[in-house]
Every structure is written in C-alpha cells, then in structure tokens.
Design a protein around this ligand. Structure first.
Ligand code: 3PG
Length: 395
C-alpha cells in the first residue's frame, strides 16, 4: 500500500480517517493515547503542504445525531495534543461541510462531526462515501483500530480517492506483521480473557502460527475442565470442554505447545483483598473459584518467554482489576518487559483490557509495540482481512 510519502499533498485537502473513539469521564477525555498517536500523521501531512480534514466516529449513535456522542467533546484534547486550534464542522457532509473545507488555508485543520450520525456510514453507502470524498482530493487512513469495519469512512472513501496509510496505520501493520506474519522464531502467544467461546477463531488461527500458546484467565478454566480437573465455582464454559479438547488435539498435530496453569490462586469471594490460597491446578474446592494463575505457572510462563524471540499478548492471566489477583498478569508483564529491554524479545500487545493491564503493571512503555486497537487487533490475530486495510492495497 501507499504511505503519505508516495502522495503529492501540496496544496491539497487531505481527508484523514482517524480513531477518536476515546474514553470520556465527566465530559473529559480520560485517556488520550489514541489522540496522541495520530499527531505524527497530521504533522507530516502539514509538512508536505496538505490541509488535513479529520473524520472519525465516536461511540455508537446508530445513524442518529446524539449530543452526548458529538466529537466536539474530543476537540479540546485534540487541540491540546496538536498544539493548535482545530476548526469544527457540525456536519460531516453536505453544504456546511463543503464550505468549511473550502474555507481552509495552509496550516488549518478541520474536524468533521461524528460520521456515525449518518446511517450511510455503517451501511457503507456509496452516496455517503461520495459526499465525504467530495470534501478532499486525497485520502489517508490512520485508523487501524477501526479497520475491521467496512464503513464509508474506512472503506468506501478509499476506493474513490488516491489513498494511503497514515503513520500509525503503517506502524500497526509493521508491528503486527513482525509478530505474526514473518516473526523471528520461536513465537509465543499469550491469550487470556474470560471466555473460550469468544476467542475460538483466535485460538485456532494461533495454533497454526505460533510455537507456544499460553492460555490464561477464565478460559484456562475451561481447558482445565476439559482435562478433567475440578474448578469449583470458577468461571468456566463446561459446554465448551469438547471444543477445548479439539483445540488441544489440533495443537499437538501442528506442533504448537499449549501451556495451561499448573497452579492456581483460589478464593471464596470475588472481591479485592479476598482471602486466598495457592493450590495445584486440579484442586480447586467446590465452594471456591480460581481468580489468578499461581507462582509456579508464572515461572513456567517466564521460562517460555525466555525460550522465545517473539511474543504476542492478548488478555490478562487473572482477575487483574482486583488485587491481589493481578499478581500473575503483573509478574508475566514485567518478565516480558525485562526481556524486551534486554533486546531478547520482540513483544507486541493489544486489546482494550490488555493495554489497561500492562499500564497497571507499569510496563506498557517497555513493550516493543502496543496496539491502539481492540476489536481490530483481535480480528487481525484471527487471520481475518480487515476491510479498511484491504481498501488501501494498491490497485
Ligand atoms: C474501537 O474502539 O475499538 C474502535 O474505535 C471501533 O469501535 P466500534 O467497536 O464501535 O466499531
């Protein structure tokens, strides 16, 4: 695909798809990571003489105007990150948007209102895409985290204008390719999270691509059940036990080593600081639940990390929101961070919860790459083609 280096932007209005779907608390952006990450793209476009018109979605207004989902809310944080004022258009298409775009001069930036206020966005309606395309001469997509959506602003417009990937899109694709596409082996994947059922495709795809698959979190319990262990009141999908057995059988065939907890931290209550004990993986009492992986499991995970050259991480190992059940996630995160700092491991992580867990462990900055994507990161790991990325391929 093209990057902004391949396009002539001088004097042109550049439509830039960014992801401004950021968390907001009490009317203020509470985590500006996604906003900060698009700054290099916007600055580079300006340096090449282009005038950026930003388009983005915010939350899920379902094709209607919803005041609490206006991108005006994000405007101050965007201006702060860019260090300049940003003009705003209350409409994303039509006369007012056209006039706002036509009024721009060199150095200006315009932000369009939430594209999801229009039903044509999610329907990827060609007429809506054409109305967006009419606002500029060139299209840049810097929203990897929205690239799993085949929407007008992520997919439709790319087919109507000369198109290129922004810097963040480039970085995301390069990092993910280095982790799964053409990685330095051996490769380990750590997959945690609550449910096997939501990560089935992910597990099947990874088994074909990685040398070691570490399974943690609630879904590890389902695998323990499949192996005949008692898991008491733990979160587990007992009806998925056969599926878990199939995954283990497939892994054996493809030569992927699956690592499950060998010891577990159990408690009787799901609350911070609850009384807990460490037990072998098969011995969770009937009235207790597994809330974290135990110290021997963490040692084993560290051993796998030390053996490997590439790590791709999605999902926490335990109930990381409630200490002390964040201990395994924190310890494993620190181990990965240390090996990365020493240059022994390429570490890539993504997914909403995962990034929160690594931030909490204070090591996110040490990872080789942290994706800004949630759903898109997962779909990419599942081996799916992302429509927003496919539409950027050179034609
Ligand atoms: C995200 O927050 O993961 C992206 O912005 C996509 O948002 P969506 O899940 O509402 O499409």
């Amino acid at each position: 695909f093209n990057t902004i280096d391949d396009l002539d932007l001088d004097g042109k209005v550049v439509l830039v798809r960014v992801d401004l779907n950021v968390p907001v608390e009490n009317g203020q952006v509470s985590d500006a990571t996604r906003i900060e990450k698009i700054v290099p793209t916007i600055k580079d476009i300006q340096a090449k003489g282009g005038i950026p018109v930003l388009m983005a979605h915010f939350d899920r207004p379902k094709g209607k105007r919803v005041d609490s989902m206006s991108l005006r809310i994000v405007l101050p944080a965007l201006e702060h990150a860019l260090g300049q004022t940003v003009k705003f258009s209350d409409e994303a298409i039509g006369g007012p948007a056209k006039r706002a775009a036509a009024d721009l001069s060199a150095g200006d930036i315009l932000l369009l209102e939430n594209t999801r206020f229009y039903p044509g966005e999610e329907a990827n309606d060609p007429t809506f895409a054409a109305s967006l395309a009419a606002l500029g001469q060139v299209y840049v997509n810097d929203a990897f985290s929205a690239a799993h959506r085949a929407h007008a602003s992520t997919e439709g417009v790319a087919r109507l204008l000369p198109a290129a990937a922004g810097r963040l899109m480039e970085a995301e694709l390069n990092a993910l390719n280095a982790a799964l596409g053409d990685p330095v082996r051996p490769v380990a994947a750590l997959v945690g999270g609550a449910k096997v059922s939501t990560k089935l495709e992910l597990l099947s795809n990874l088994i074909e691509k990685v040398d070691h698959l570490i399974i943690g979190g609630g879904m590890a319990n389902t695998f323990l059940v499949a192996k005949g262990a008692e898991v008491g009141k733990s979160l587990a999908e007992r009806d998925m036990a056969d599926t878990a057995r199939e995954i283990m059988a497939k892994a054996e065939k493809t030569g992927c080593a699956i690592h499950l907890p060998v010891d577990v931290v159990v408690a009787r209550e799901f609350k911070a600081g609850a009384a807990h004990e460490v037990l072998p993986d098969e011995e969770c009492p009937a009235d207790a639940m597994i809330l974290d992986a135990g110290p021997q499991t963490v040692d084993a995970i560290r051993g796998v990390f030390e053996m490997c050259r590439t790590l791709i991480w999605n999902g926490p190992l335990g109930a990381f929101e409630i200490p002390p059940f964040d201990a395994a996630t924190n310890a494993a995160a620190k181990a990965a961070a240390e090996l990365t700092r020493e240059g022994r491991l390429v570490s890539v992580a993504g997914g909403g919860d995962t990034v929160a867990a690594l931030n909490k462990a204070g090591v996110a900055g040490d990872f080789t790459f942290i994706s800004t994507a949630g759903g898109a990161f997962l779909e990419w790991m599942e081996g799916k083609t992302l429509p927003g990325v496919a539409a950027l391929q050179k034609r």
